[in-house]
Design a protein around this ligand. Structure first.
Ligand SMILES: [Zn+2]
Ligand SMILES: [Zn+2]
Length: 437
């Protein structure tokens, strides 16, 4: 090892990259990079980049939208080219492959066939679509579905989803507007690629950092797993959140978080920051609020649900209003495991009105104190610090890697509840004073 270090050692290493991609079993000559020796403190060199969705029943409009993809995958382009102008044949072929086309008009099927046969999009258009894609787009359909309790009784069981609108307990905090019990759910996790040395969302999250999954860089399919579980969805009072957010945005604490995020972005995302404004990547105060609430609830629920905290996962729906989407503030705490763990019913049972209100109350009261206070309660990033959390630590708020979707960033108890400091509360807590709840 010593011989490979330093400038002399570097001369002994191969002078050019061999261009080998071990996971593809292939060589791609042409890489001009020069190998260097680096020391790694962690054992993982490859980080999967994954995306997950909850399987939801499709509306008729959505069924039409995905028909083209179904036909492309199940029948293949060759068969569609051959029989594309004979709709009854396409119908028969689709039915034979278990694609339900009975409720669709001939015109809908003809439109799907035309979409399959349309020339593939240009490389530039594809790259642009990839660069502009926002992961929030995967969450919007889930949020919209959960907004429509009228659809719940009609849900088809073939999606594996069963949700129930629950009563709110009389003593549940008024800012928690809705409670939905998720009796059964299915989550699909897909691997989109890998990054090396660092996770995708920790350093330079450019699409070009993703190592391709196939030799041509355009996989027709990706590996995915299906997990079953249960959960609880809570929705905040959207008007109250919007009013509170305006008050927080003007505070010194929020400005400190924003500055810290800018520094962090400039250092860790030096490539991305050339083309992206760091402020567009900072989650809004409502995300911090819902995220912190989710963590304290996971800790509390782990004590009553029969699942360990590491088996509970969060899904945060928190974004401000934008042209293509309405504002959201809610969270889903769920269990998802690829085996029978996660379907025992202990978590969804906590959505009963009498039990939930007690759990929320004790979680909020617990959040008002941390055994690392006052150090924890007063933690505010100041130049040159660039950490991305405030009053949160391993004692009070942090969750395990399997639970948190943002690696314990964007957490601050002060946004949740008024925490007294020597100089008084620094920011209005959404739920107010711990004594008042
Ligand atoms: Zn703490
Ligand atoms: Zn989290």
């Amino acid at each position: 090892m010593a011989e490979a270090q330093g400038s002399k050692g570097r001369e002994k290493l191969p002078q050019t990259c061999r261009s080998r991609h071990p996971h593809l079993g292939a060589f791609y000559p042409g890489c001009q990079a020069r190998p260097v020796l680096i020391m790694m403190g962690a054992s993982n060199l490859w980080f999967p980049s994954t995306q997950s969705i909850i399987v939801m029943p499709r509306s008729d409009a959505e069924k039409k939208e995905v028909l083209a993809d179904h036909l492309r995958v199940e029948l293949g382009i060759d068969q569609i080219k051959q029989f594309g102008d004979q709709i009854p044949v396409i119908r028969a072929l689709a039915s034979a492959r278990n694609i339900d086309v009975s409720g669709l008009a001939d015109a809908d099927i003809a439109a799907a066939v035309a979409e399959v046969l349309a020339p593939p999009e240009s490389e530039e258009a594809r790259e642009e679509r990839r660069a502009n894609w926002d992961p929030i787009e995967l969450l919007i359909p889930e949020w919209r579905y959960l907004q429509k309790p009228a659809l719940f009784p009609e849900q088809q069981n073939n999606t594996g989803l069963m949700v129930t609108e629950m009563q709110r307990g009389p003593d549940l905090h008024p800012y928690i507007a809705r409670v939905v019990g998720v009796n059964r759910m299915k989550r699909v996790n897909a691997v989109l690629g890998f990054t090396r040395l660092d996770e995708m969302d920790r350093v330079n999250d450019l699409a070009s950092r993703l190592v391709d999954l196939t030799r041509n860089g355009k996989p027709a399919w990706v590996p995915a797993t299906e997990d079953r579980g249960e959960g609880i969805f809570l929705q905040f009072d959207l008007d109250a959140v919007a009013k509170w957010e305006v008050r927080v945005e003007g505070t010194a604490l929020w400005e400190a978080h924003r500055e810290s995020h800018r520094r962090n972005f400039a250092r860790r995302f030096s490539e991305t920051s050339k083309i992206v404004n760091p402020d567009t990547r900072l989650p809004s105060p409502r995300y911090w609020l819902v995220h912190t609430f989710s963590h304290i609830l996971i800790r509390e629920m782990a004590m009553y649900s029969g699942y360990g905290a590491a088996s509970l996962t969060e899904r945060i729906y928190a974004w401000s209003e934008a042209p293509q989407r309405e504002a959201a503030a809610g969270l889903l705490i769920c269990t998802t495991a690829s085996d029978s763990e996660g379907t025992l019913g202990g978590l969804v049972a906590l959505s009963e009105p009498g039990r939930l209100q007690g759990i929320v109350l004790s979680a909020l009261r617990r959040a008002a104190r941390c055994s690392s206070d006052p150090v924890c309660a007063m933690r505010t990033p100041a130049d040159p610090e660039d950490f991305l959390h405030g009053a949160a630590c391993h004692t009070c708020c942090f969750a395990s890697e399997t639970s948190c979707e943002k690696a314990n960033r964007f957490l601050d108890r002060r946004l949740l509840i008024d925490i007294p400091t020597a100089n008084g509360p620094t920011v209005p807590g959404f739920f107010g004073s711990a004594h008042g709840i």
